[in-house]
Design a protein around this ligand. Structure first.
Ligand code: ADP
Ligand code: MG
Ligand code: MG
Length: 252
């Protein structure tokens, strides 16, 4: 589904990703761990097509196409979804309206008929089974005044509605207490399917007790320096990232 080869990305005049390669197949869950500032969010942003992230070298192929040629709206239409590390508040824009507009933009892109408000409400009720959020949050402005946990849940709810093919979750666990973490993980697990892939960025092994990944990668110094199965996350928890640096020194 996704093949990233030797990706180099500049942000604000600095090279942040420096030769990152990663392959993700349908049905797989890949966890990406790594120290703060390693470039994990940069990877998510560049895959989603955020402005200001300049690819200077390398390639990204998604479903056999050059992903980097597509604008962010096209990428979303093609099923790429990014749950933000820091979800944005959009005062004055009703959350339900926002979600319906996003879904209908995607349906329009795919040549599918738009959903009217009755059809959309039916879908919302169905998706509330995947990720519980209160009615009240649906009626407020997008993320405005939401707690950290409510914002993260709203991201997962949005994901459940949009049914992406490739979902990138950027530290969706940060700021969650253990109950919220479990609920978010259950929401993600409910969406796991042979047609869908996940890239789950996290600092902490804890999330991976609930979202069990097929692969774990360590991103350090702008590239993947180590890959393994879920036991790699446990080793990282025990030994820290310095252990990886010692095992696989990164050439400057
Ligand atoms: P991580 O998510 O692994 O903690 P990031 O990808 O957020 O790391 O950041 C990697 C580096 O790139 C950091 O030094 C950060 O300050 C820098 N960076 C990321 N995005 C921007 C931006 N929009 N403007 C300036 N610097 C940025
Ligand atoms: Mg960070
Ligand atoms: Mg980050």
């Amino acid at each position: 589904m996704l093949k990233i080869e030797n990706l180099h990305v500049r942000v604000a005049g600095r090279e942040i990703l420096r030769g990152l390669s990663l392959e993700v197949n349908a049905g797989e869950v890949h966890a990406i761990m790594g120290p703060n500032g390693a470039g994990k969010s940069t990877l998510g942003n560049v895959l989603a097509g955020r402005d200001g992230y300049e690819v200077t070298k390398g390639s990204v192929t998604y479903d056999g196409r050059n992903l980097l040629e597509l604008d962010p709206e096209q990428r979303a239409g093609e099923g790429v979804f990014l749950a933000f590390q820091y979800p944005v508040e959009i005062p004055g824009v009703n959350n339900t309206y926002f979600l319906r507009t996003a879904l209908n933009a995607q349906r329009k892109y795919r040549g599918e008929p738009e959903l009217d408000s009755m059809q959309f409400l039916k879908l919302v009720r169905e998706k509330l089974k995947v990720m519980q959020i209160s009615d009240e949050l649906l009626h407020r402005a997008v993320n405005e005044g939401f707690s950290g946990g409510e914002k993260k849940r709203n991201e997962i709810f949005q994901m459940a509605l949009l049914e992406p093919k490739l979902a990138i979750l950027d530290e969706t666990d940060s700021g969650l207490d253990i109950d919220a973490l479990k609920q978010v993980a259950e929401g993600v697990n409910a969406l796991r399917s042979p047609e869908r892939a996940f890239i789950v960025v996290t600092h902490y092994q804890r999330l991976l007790d609930y979202i069990v990944p097929d692969f774990v990668h360590v991103l350090a110094d702008g590239r993947i320096v180590e890959s393994g199965d879920k036991t790699l996350a446990l080793k990282l928890e025990e030994h820290g990232y310095a252990w990886v640096a010692e095992r696989s020194p990164v050439a400057e």
